[in-house]
Design a protein around this ligand. Structure first.
Ligand code: SF4
Length: 165
């Protein structure tokens, strides 16, 4: 089963959206290719900030790190979400784990031309560690967590899986 060092940005994203989604994903059920939202995300990602190459840290794949060690992430949504902050700070945690002094996360929203910065403070580090703990708790669950309310499932790539009786 997954270990601390295996927790990736996608796990943090799903942790914040739906524990059932995270649990299914951890078991290899991954219908992302069916989701229009994911396709849009990939399209925005492919057309924004193309001068940078993504950085592959194994468990973490981040868009780029600037020369002052801020992690930059390009988001497809038009408004900031709590999961975005958590994911960006998770990448900082991953970099620090391998000795890179990440200073924080800068989130870019090209659709609305917004940018948000989240410094990697001691309290942010504690939250990032707590998020990893929470992912591991979901991973260890013997049965799938309950579904969210139907209204919260809009756009989720697992909708057919969860709601087809
Ligand atoms: S369809 Fe709803 S319950 Fe199922 S994984 Fe997605 S958000 Fe969770």
């Amino acid at each position: 089963m997954i270990g601390r060092e295996d927790v990736a940005g996608v796990h943090i994203k799903y942790l914040y959206h739906c524990h059932r989604q995270l649990w299914l994903y951890l078991r290899g059920i991954r219908p992302e290719h069916l989701s229009a939202a994911v396709q849009l995300g990939e399209a925005v990602h492919d057309t924004a900030y193309t001068r940078h190459s993504p950085i592959d840290l194994g468990a973490a794949q981040l868009d780029f790190v600037d020369n002052e060690y801020w992690v930059h992430e390009v988001k497809s949504s038009s408004r900031p979400q709590e999961a975005d902050r958590a994911q960006g700070l998770h990448y900082c945690q991953q970099l620090r784990r391998i000795g890179v002094e990440a200073q924080g996360a800068v989130l870019h929203y090209p659709r609305t031309r917004r940018t948000q910065r989240f410094p990697y403070t001691p309290s942010a580090a504690i939250r990032a560690e707590a998020d990893i703990d929470a992912v591991l708790v979901v991973a260890d669950a013997a049965t799938s967590p309950d579904r969210l309310a139907r209204t919260s499932c809009r756009g989720c790539s697992f909708t057919d899986y969860c709601w087809t009786e």
